[in-house]
Write a protein that binds this ligand. Structure first.
Ligand code: BGC
Length: 443
C-alpha cells in the first residue's frame, strides 16, 4: 500500500504528538477480578478493570499479544495494566484511536466546507447529519463519535470530555447530549445538527452491526430523509450498509472508517471518505512482536530497527510505541477522492515490511489467534487476510479462531489445550475480559 506522504502525513504526525492519554491503573490482580470478568463475558454488567496475576505456569510464560481491543475498563477506558504486563513478552497492538478519530472529524468538516454550495439539500440552512455508532463501550467507537462531534462543534462536555452518548432522534435539536453548532462558510451562516445517532447493535447483542445500520438508515430516511445532508459512521461496515441502502442513490456524502477494500472502491461511486487505520502495519506488528519474543531478539527488530531481511517501519509516521503500556499504535491516514487509488487493496502487506524471514533464524512456531467476531467486516475482510499473508513471511503456523462477537466463552472454550501453542494473539469480545484468557494460561 502506497501512502500519501504529503500534507496529510504532516498533519498525522502533528495530531499524533497530542494524542492518547489513557489512565493507567495499578497492578494487583485478584481472583475476584477474574470472576468479574467471567460474569462480564456471561453478559452481566461489570465495570471493574480485570488485573491478571501470572501464576508462573509454563503457558503463562509464553509470548502474548492483545490486539484490536486493548485490555481496559469498557466504561472508563482505564487500562488494565495487569493484563498489559502479564509477562515480559506481553504487548498490545492497535492504532491511535484519538488521532484517527480527530482525522475523521476533520475530513467530514473539510468536505462540508468545500461543498458548501450544494451540501444543504433542502435549503433550510441546517446541515443535518446522522451518525452510526459501533459500540458504546468500545474506545474506538467512543473516540470516533467524539472526533466527529468535536470537529463539527456539536459535542457537549461531560466529565471533562465530549459526551459520546447516542442522541437517538434529534430532528428538533432538543437532545441534551449534543448541541447545534454554527458554521460560517463563504459569508453564509449554517446551523449544523446531529439529526440522529444510534448504537448499531442487533437483537443478539452483536455490535458494529452493518445490517442494523442498513435498516436504521431506512427508518431515519422514511421520517426525515430530506433533512439528511451527511451520513457518518464509526466504521465502513456500517457506513457501506447505509451507503448501499440509501445515500449512494440519493447522492448524500457518506463517511466511514477502516479503509476496507469495498469502501475504498466505493469512493469512485460517491462514498466520500474513510480513514485507514494502517491495518497493514497493525497486522504486521501483531505477529512481529510474537516472532521477536519467540526468537529471543530485541523487540524492536524489524520494527524500528531493520532486521536481516530489511524489514523496518518508520516510528512517528507508521506507528508509535508507548513503553509504559507496552503498546504499539499504528497511525491513521485519511482516504478520500484525492488519494484513494493508493489504498485499493487493503489486504496487501505493507511493502517496507513484506520481506520473508529466514527459517534458520526464525523457525516455524505455532500460534493461537482469535478474531472476536468472525462477522466483523474490518477484522474478517481486512485484518485476517493481512495476518494470513504475514504469517507465511514470518514462518508462523497460525490457527485462526473466529468468535461470535457476543460471548467470550465461545472463544475461550476453543483454547482447551494451550500447551499445543508457542504463542497467543488475543482479540477480546469485551475489553474488560483479559482475565478470561490469562486464567487459562495460568493453569
Ligand atoms: C474497527 C471496527 C471494528 C472494531 C472491532 C475497530 O477498530 O475500526 O471496524 O468493528 O475495531 O473491534
Amino acid at each position: 500500500m502506497k501512502k500519501n506522504f504529503g500534507k496529510k502525513a504532516a498533519s498525522v504526525m502533528a495530531v499524533a504528538a497530542l494524542s492518547l492519554s489513557l489512565v493507567a491503573c495499578g497492578n494487583g490482580g485478584s481472583t475476584e477480578a477474574a470472576s468479574e470478568a467471567a460474569d462480564a463475558s456471561a453478559g452481566t454488567a461489570s465495570t471493574a478493570v480485570t488485573t491478571s496475576n501470572n501464576s508462573g505456569s509454563e503457558n503463562s510464560q509464553k509470548p502474548l499479544v492483545w490486539f484490536n481491543r486493548q485490555p481496559s475498563n469498557s466504561s472508563t477506558g482505564e487500562l488494565d495494566m495487569g493484563a498489559l504486563t502479564y509477562n515480559d513478552k506481553t504487548y498490545y497492538v492497535g492504532f491511535d484511536a484519538n488521532q484517527g478519530a480527530d482525522l475523521q472529524g476533520e475530513m467530514v468538516l473539510d468536505y462540508i466546507k468545500a461543498n458548501a454550495d450544494t451540501i444543504d439539500r433542502n435549503g433550510d440552512g441546517v446541515i443535518g447529519y446522522v451518525l452510526a455508532i459501533g459500540d458504546i463501550g468500545h474506545n474506538d467507537s467512543i473516540a470516533r463519535t467524539r472526533g466527529v462531534r468535536k470537529a463539527l462543534g456539536t459535542g457537549v462536555e461531560k466529565d471533562g470530555d465530549v459526551d459520546s452518548t447516542p442522541a437517538e432522534t434529534n430532528t428538533d435539536g432538543s437532545a441534551s447530549v449534543v448541541q447545534d453548532a454554527t458554521l460560517e462558510i463563504d459569508g453564509k451562516t449554517y446551523k449544523i445538527r446531529e439529526l440522529a445517532s444510534h448504537e448499531m447493535k442487533n437483537s443478539a447483542g452483536a455490535t458494529w452491526d452493518a445490517a442494523t445500520a442498513g435498516n436504521t438508515i431506512g427508518t431515519w430516511t422514511a421520517s426525515f430523509g430530506d433533512q439528511i445532508d451527511v451520513v457518518v459512521s464509526n466504521n465502513d461496515g456500517m457506513g457501506m450498509a447505509m451507503f448501499n441502502a440509501w445515500s449512494k442513490e440519493n447522492k448524500v456524502p457518506t463517511f466511514g472508517y477502516d479503509a476496507n477494500s469495498d469502501a475504498v472502491a466505493a469512493i469512485a461511486d460517491g462514498y466520500s471518505g474513510t480513514i485507514s487505520q494502517h491495518a497493514d502495519v497493525q497486522a504486521y506488528l501483531t505477529l512481529r512482536v510474537l516472532r521477536n519474543a519467540l526468537d529471543g531478539v530485541d523487540i524492536d527488530t524489524g520494527i524500528g530497527t531493520a532486521d536481516a531481511a530489511g524489514n523496518v517501519l518508520k516510528e512517528g509516521e507508521d506507528y508509535r510505541y508507548d513503553a509504559e503500556t507496552r503498546s504499539y499504535y499504528a497511525l491513521n491516514l485519511a482516504v478520500t477522492a484525492d488519494n484513494y487509488q493508493d489504498f485499493t487493496d487493503a489486504t496487501k502487506p505493507y511493502a517496507p515490511v513484506a520481506n520473508q524471514l529466514d527459517a534458520s533464524t526464525s523457525p516455524s512456531k505455532k500460534v493461537w489467534l482469535d478474531i472476536y467476531n468472525a462477522g466483523d467486516n474490518f477484522l474478517s475482510a481486512t485484518y485476517q487476510p493481512l495476518l494470513e499473508n504475514y504469517d507465511d513471511l514470518m514462518n508462523l503456523d497460525v490457527e485462526y479462531i473466529g468468535g461470535d462477537g457476543q460471548t467470550e466463552s465461545n472463544i475461550t472454550n476453543r483454547l482447551g489445550n494451550p500447551s499445543q501453542y508457542d504463542a497467543f494473539a488475543i482479540n477480546m469480545v469485551k475489553t474488560d475480559n483479559a482475565a478470561s484468557y490469562t486464567s487459562i494460561l495460568n493453569q
